[in-house]
Design a binder for this molecule. Structure first.
Ligand SMILES: Cc1cc2nc3c(=O)[nH]c(=O)nc-3n(C[C@H](O)[C@H](O)[C@H](O)COP(=O)(O)O)c2cc1C
Length: 198
């Protein structure tokens, strides 16, 4: 069971993959949804959901608009935190680290893997700015769709980011509030593990 795996796991990334695979089997919607917290350089936090779109030796990848609130905060302060919560599994994973941009070629590849409709939407959206009305947005999409016949070019501000984890904490629901918590802290490429009080 999960408790035993988490208790004996030595590599948090492998453990995360195992939990995500279980979530993919159990969660009705968006098992890869994650709350992403960013902050201004003077420490004013903000949080919103994004979709995890990759995980490799570099870290946890997501895509967004660099001119959005989160994009502006990350440009000024690359420290960020993520929190996954899989309700049907009663599990949580928290990740903390520093965010960098993915190479443009990767953003291009992912952008063009999406439907023309979502490429159009992403291309016209001025994410997080004030929008006068829904009609204005729909009109912008319609107009752009007629201007671009072939492939929609990825807008420069639509970027991929990767959070390189320094801390990863796993939380499993236990009876009588005796939850299990396992914290992994990275020192260079070695993960140290400890159990935390619930
Ligand atoms: C389940 C879910 C997944 C989302 N995934 C993304 C995503 O991958 N990228 C993104 O830019 N916004 C995503 N959003 C929208 C963001 O939560 C947010 O509204 C938007 O990015 C603007 O955030 P900001 O103003 O803090 O930058 C998602 C929302 C939900 C509810």
């Amino acid at each position: 069971m999960g408790a035993i795996e988490a208790a004996t796991a030595l590599d948090p990334v492998s453990l995360f993959r195992a939990w995500l695979a279980e979530a993919e089997a159990e969660e009705p919607n968006d098992p890869n949804a994650v709350a992403l917290a960013t902050a201004t350089p003077d420490g004013v936090p903000s949080v919103r959901m994004v979709l995890l779109k990759g995980l490799d030796e570099r870290g946890f990848a997501f895509y967004t608009n660099a001119e959005s609130r989160k994009g502006a905060e990350l440009a000024a302060n690359p420290r960020a935190a993520m929190c996954f919560h899989w309700k049907s599994l009663r599990r949580q994973v928290r990740v903390e680290g520093t965010v960098t941009e993915l190479p443009p070629a990767e953003a291009n590849a992912y952008f063009h893997s999406r439907s023309r409709g979502s490429q159009l939407g992403a291309a016209v959206s001025r994410q997080s700015r004030v929008l006068e009305s829904r009609e204005v947005l729909e009109e912008m999409v319609k107009r752009y769709a007629t201007q671009v016949e072939g492939e929609i070019p990825r807008p420069d501000q639509w970027k991929g980011y990767v959070l390189r984890p320094e801390r990863i904490e796993f939380w499993l629901n236990g009876a009588d509030r005796l939850h299990d918590r396992f914290l992994f802290v990275r020192d260079r490429n070695v993960w140290a593990k400890s159990r935390l009080f619930p």
